[in-house]
Design a protein around this ligand. Sequence first.
Ligand SMILES: Cc1cc2nc3c(=O)[nH]c(=O)nc-3n(C[C@H](O)[C@H](O)[C@H](O)COP(=O)(O)O)c2cc1C
Length: 176
Amino acid sequence: MIVGSRREGNCYHLMKRISDGLSRERISTDVIIPGNQKIYLCTGCMDCDRNGVCDFNDAMQSNIDKINNSEVLIFITPTRWNTMSGDLKIFIDRLNPLYSVKKLKDKKVIALVVGSKKHTEYSTDGALTSLGSFVESAEAKLIYENQFDNCLDFTDILGQEEKINEVIKDIVKCIG
Ligand SMILES: Cc1cc2nc3c(=O)[nH]c(=O)nc-3n(C[C@H](O)[C@H](O)[C@H](O)COP(=O)(O)O)c2cc1C
């Protein structure tokens, strides 16, 4: 699970609930919060296009191993300016070493997005589209997506208990 917000807010709480729910079904999860890690910005040098290796020595080395070894990636991002968070985009840029050796091809991806506005305003659609575009260009497989609107304060999402439980059930069905 890759969480695109570094605050212990809605994405974090959603991750916790899903992780607990999956653990009850004996599905193990590992969590990466890019905003709490030391991750250099991709310079676009393209060295990784030649050999699948990034020259930077930072948290992405172990992240890339985790991503490579996982069966399913669950991205959870807050909507920021109608797109995914910057923390998540920085992380995704640094996945190019995996893309260049076709290791993201057919990887199963779940996209969950959170936003503060009503669905009819600039809420979660933009974030979902941006994540979907990444999945498409990585030649990965989007197996499930969902969105949580009306979440502004840290724990607002916990007021959407029924929906969270539905999403957990859906995810278990998709990957179980
Ligand atoms: C810089 C910034 C831009 C934001 N832009 C949007 C937006 O375009 N649409 C929206 O619905 N919410 C927007 N939000 C609100 C967050 O998506 C919302 O508060 C979300 O629940 C935060 O998730 P978190 O608690 O996991 O950090 C924005 C928040 C920030 C800080």
